[in-house]
Design a protein around this ligand. Structure first.
Ligand code: SDX
Length: 393
């Protein structure tokens, strides 16, 4: 052991960087984007405004917002050759595997915006990713279900455009449901950034070497895919479907507490929040709005989720460990009600988090003191020993 370093698995007690973007107080359950409480940003504005705030640090004026939205809208189409790129994938590939590959492939198509020393190139790369990742996500979904790709429609807002690219088909008109569009927009805002979570730290570490920005975002998508991170929304819904009815909740709560059982309550607990994740409250409200819109106000899965939350929050094990619902606990119910399959849940998370990854990447690149990331270790291996030639082994 070198003795020079402290070691804390998951390094939540060490600051990996200084940042001005997102503030979390895990004990109080506080989340702010550039100083504004998440509740106000999610309910007072929309996702385009949230993107501007995260990227540039201030709420936009009406003109700034319109200009920014126009720049994003004009980059929503992807290079036509990327269509052929998709045909190399199996149809039954998980859409997250397609996202890792296709966002990474943007590095092979957009050479003019990868000179990270040039502020204009950084700006263009940022706008391109915010604009094109939803298009690639919708393409991943359409390819997965064997339907033709739907081109972006630039007279629609960001969330409506995304829903249309996912759910419209060439043979009939498609009208975006305004309740779904509002819910989608709010879900994007709630997932936009979250300080130095695993995937954001991945993007920062990859970007610290000066790597291609599109490749860095692809690295973030790869990390987000894990069930302990962004994959939890898919796992949480599958868990609620497996529980099925409230009378089976005690069985699953007992399993979650049993150290010999690898089962955990998905959508519960957090590396930083030791209080209620403020995003989960807004997500629960959003799920009720969407379920009411489709005439499922008493959706059995929502009832199971609400009952499970109640049971867990009164259980010693969860209280002692300060385990509360996180954003993934209710998001799956909402997304399923909007028509998305579970395989798309983490893809939607990656669409939203792209702006957070970019804002954090830009902040790091533009920091004059920025150095390549190089975490150290506590060495626990063998001390020096004499080499034995093969002939004598
Ligand atoms: C996201 O970092 C971010 O900001 C991420 C994110 C973002 O926006 O980027 O917020 C998005 O990833 C949210 C988290 C989604 N993941 C899940 O919901 C998966 C289920 N939750 C867990 O696996 C777990 O809570 C983690 C991974 C989130 C945190 O795991 P830790 O670090 O082990 O949690 P901990 O240190 O707080 O655990 C303390 C205790 C442990 O038990 P003891 O060893 O003390 O006996 O609580 C237990 C854990 O085993 N525990 C759970 C539990 N989560 C923690 N027990 C049962 N069910 C759970 N869900």
């Amino acid at each position: 052991l070198t003795g020079k370093f402290t070691y804390d698995p998951g390094f939540t007690s060490t600051a990996s960087c200084a940042s001005t973007i997102t503030y979390i107080d895990g004990d109080e359950g506080i989340l702010r984007y550039r100083g504004y409480p998440i509740q106000d940003v999610a309910e007072g504005g929309d996702f385009i405004e949230c993107c501007y705030l995260l990227l540039y640090g201030e709420l936009p004026s009406k003109k700034q917002k319109t200009d920014f939205e126009t720049r994003v809208t004009r980059h929503t189409m992807v290079h036509e050759q990327m269509m052929r790129f998709f045909t190399g994938f199996r149809r039954d590939a998980h859409p997250m595997s397609v996202m890792v590959a296709s966002v990474g492939a943007m590095a092979a198509f957009y050479h003019d915006s990868t000179d990270i020393t040039d502020p204009m190139a950084r700006e263009i790369a940022s706008i391109r990713m915010i604009a094109k990742v939803p298009t690639l996500a919708a393409m991943a979904y359409k390819y997965h279900i064997g339907q033709p790709f739907i081109y972006p429609q630039n007279d629609l807002d960001y969330a409506s455009n995304f829903l249309r690219m996912c759910f419209a088909v060439p043979c009939e008109d498609y009208k975006v449901n305004p309740v779904f569009a509002r819910a989608m927009d709010r879900i994007f805002t709630l997932h936009a950034d979250h300080e130095q979570n695993a995937s954001t730290s991945t993007v920062r570490l990859a970007g610290s070497s000066g790597a291609n920005p599109f490749a860095c975002i692809a690295a973030g998508i790869a990390c987000l895919w894990g069930p302990a991170h962004g994959g939890a929304n898919e796992a949480a819904l599958k868990m609620l479907e497996e529980i099925g009815t409230a009378d089976r909740i005690p069985e699953f709560v007992a399993r979650a507490k049993d150290k010999n059982d690898s089962f955990r309550l998905m959508g519960f607990g957090h590396r930083v929040y030791k209080n209620y994740d403020p995003r989960a409250k807004i997500m629960q409200q959003t799920s009720k709005e969407v379920l009411a819109e489709i005439g499922h106000a008493d959706d059995p899965l929502l009832q199971v989720a609400i009952e499970l939350e109640k049971v867990a929050l009164h259980d010693e094990y969860f209280i002692e460990r300060k385990l509360y619902p996180n954003i993934d606990f209710y998001s799956g119910i909402t997304l399923r009600a909007m028509g998305f399959p579970t395989s798309m849940f983490t893809v939607l998370f990656s669409v939203a988090r792209t702006v957070g990854w970019i804002a954090q990447w830009k902040e790091m690149i533009e920091d004059p003191e920025q150095r390549i990331g190089r975490p150290r270790q506590l060495y626990k291996g063998a001390a020096e020993r004499t080499y034995t030639p093969l002939a004598k082994r």
